[in-house]
Design a protein around this ligand. Structure first.
Ligand SMILES: Nc1ncnc2c1ncn2[C@@H]1O[C@H](COP(=O)(O)OP(=O)(O)O)[C@@H](O)[C@H]1O
Ligand SMILES: [Mg+2]
Length: 318
């Protein structure tokens, strides 16, 4: 039988994305979200080999999420359907200029089956495993992630995405312990400083102190890299080898509609750059630029898939 394999390309290295796919319920409209699912859809739009591992319900919102798998021509190998539990939903209430989010408990994404997840991952060659913290709030999905982490030597990318009252400090510590590369925003960094270094929130940190504390986090959790995103001010990358890459001169987006999903767009381009072998400098610069562009569309993922054309053609040459 071996001659059948002659000339067959080796299996493509796949970015595995673990976590919630959900519906943000704005009362007047429903938008599909979930940080991991935002990341996975961006990767799919760039035609990067990906595997989204999640669980949805057998309900109307589940059909809406599935519609996104179809729209982005995504593999459904890692998509689990729960017969009992509801598809993840976050209630969003507009409050003046801002929003209030109510993250509902006990959703289908809390019940990701470890063995099904493992089987899906077993069918690909994982290069990187992306995960966050929300889908670790319940025991079953936490177990599924633990199973995947134990089964692969793939590089581990953690986007903390801390949501109030969803996970405890033990979960954050275990996630940081498991990670190779961590992405966080300034608020999340403040929480970590408070927990691990007793630095009170709101303490103005001279940048030297922030740098020293980030280096301390790298050491404490033996990370390969830590990415701190700074909203419109760009991002800073700290490497274990002492590398420091600052991006503060990003071309500003033409206008900002909302910053929903900016961090996810950043994470997706970081993962794409790793998958494509871009230089780290290039990767970070593109991550900033693309995340900025996502601020100029409503929501975390564009409604018009044509949005990606320009980016795909600009970066396809590597
Ligand atoms: N107002 C903005 N203008 C331009 N780029 C932005 C803006 N907000 C965010 N970004 C881009 O998105 C990245 C992630 O945003 P940030 O708000 O730090 O993360 P998160 O969405 O995880 O809170 C930033 O590093 C930057 O590249
Ligand atoms: Mg974030």
């Amino acid at each position: 039988m071996s001659e059948l394999n002659i000339g067959k390309a080796p299996p493509a290295a796949t970015t595995v994305i673990f976590g919630e796919a959900l519906v943000d319920d704005f009362v007047t409209e429903q938008l599909v979200g979930g940080a991991p699912f935002n990341v996975a859809r961006h990767l799919a739009a760039f035609m990067a080999p990906h595997l989204m591992i999640t669980r949805i319900g057998s309900d109307r919102n589940g059909a809406v999420v599935r519609g996104e798998f179809e729209r982005f021509a995504m593999s459904e190998q890692g998509l689990q359907i729960d017969a009992m539990e509801e598809t993840g939903r976050v209630l969003v209430e507009r409050r003046g200029n801002g929003h209030r989010f109510v993250i509902l408990p006990r959703q289908a994404y809390d019940f990701i089956d470890p063995q099904l997840a493992l089987a899906a991952m077993g069918a690909v060659t994982p290069s990187t495993l992306y995960f966050g913290t929300l889908a670790q709030r319940a025991q079953r999905s936490r177990e599924a992630l633990r199973t995947l982490l134990a089964a692969t030597g793939a590089s581990r990318f953690l986007d903390l995405n801390l949501r109030e009252n969803q996970v405890d400090r033990a979960c954050v510590s275990a996630s940081l312990d498991a990670a190779d590369i961590v992405k966080l925003n300034e608020e999340e960094l403040e929480s970590l400083f408070q927990w691990y270094f007793q630095i009170a929130p709101g303490t103005p940190l001279a940048s030297e102190e922030v740098r020293a504390a980030c280096r301390a986090l790298l050491d404490k959790f033996q990370l390969e890299g830590l990415i701190l995103t700074l909203g419109h001010r760009g991002s800073v990358y700290f490497g274990a080898d002492g590398q420091l890459i600052v991006h503060r001169d990003n071309p500003a987006p033409p206008f900002v509609i909302d910053t929903v999903g900016a961090g996810d767009a950043f994470a997706a381009m970081f993962l794409l750059g790793r998958a494509r072998g871009w230089a780290l400098e290039t990767t970070l610069s593109r991550a900033n630029e693309f995340a900025g562009a996502i601020c100029a569309v409503s929501g975390g993922v564009p409604r018009d898939i044509g949005f990606y054309d320009k980016w795909v053609s600009r970066w396809k040459a590597g």
